[in-house]
Design a protein around this ligand. Structure first.
Ligand code: IDP
Ligand code: MG
Length: 140
């Protein structure tokens, strides 16, 4: 048995524009996770830059920030046993070509830049990202 964790999940602008919000939320519910918070917003430049600060030296950073600020996203907190790894497994590899069949990215993404969804990659990033996107805290 793993520990109960809370992870930060964001449906990126492509997922919202393509009408995949309910489909994606259903997949998280389907693996038994519980939504603790949801914000629908168009991220500010400051928020997107802080969220992706770890990638600021990468060649794709400015395109990534521009993309994620281009329209509404769905920012969510999901809780449950091993929520961080379970969510990453559900999402699939960054590059849809390498994503396991049946994952969100394998099923719906056809571009590495527009890969629909973000999920925290560890406990430290989850804590950082939840604090950034949910500064007023979460329901218990
Ligand atoms: P992740 O979203 O699977 O955790 P990261 O390596 O953290 O992937 O990269 C963050 C985001 O940056 C990716 O989801 C994708 O949108 C974008 N990205 C990552 N690698 C590339 C790349 O090689 N070219 C363009 N965009 C990329
Ligand atoms: Mg990442």
């Amino acid at each position: 048995m793993g520990d109960a964790q809370t992870t930060f999940i964001m449906i990126k602008p492509d997922g919202v524009q393509r009408g995949l919000v309910d489909e994606i939320i259903g997949r998280f519910e389907g693996i038994g996770l519980r939504m603790l918070g949801r914000h629908d917003l168009t991220p500010s430049l400051e928020l997107a830059e802080a969220h992706y600060a770890i990638h600021r030296e990468r060649p794709f950073y400015s395109d990534l920030v521009e993309f994620v600020t281009s329209g509404p996203v769905v920012a969510m907190a999901w809780n449950g046993e091993d929520a961080i790894a379970a969510s990453r497994k559900l999402i699939g590899a960054t590059d849809w070509r390498e994503a396991e069949p049946g994952t969100i990215r394998a099923d719906f993404a056809r571009s590495i830049e527009r890969n629909l969804i973000h999920g925290s990659d560890g406990e430290d990033t989850a804590a950082f990202e939840l604090g950034l996107w949910f500064p007023d805290g979460l329901e218990d």
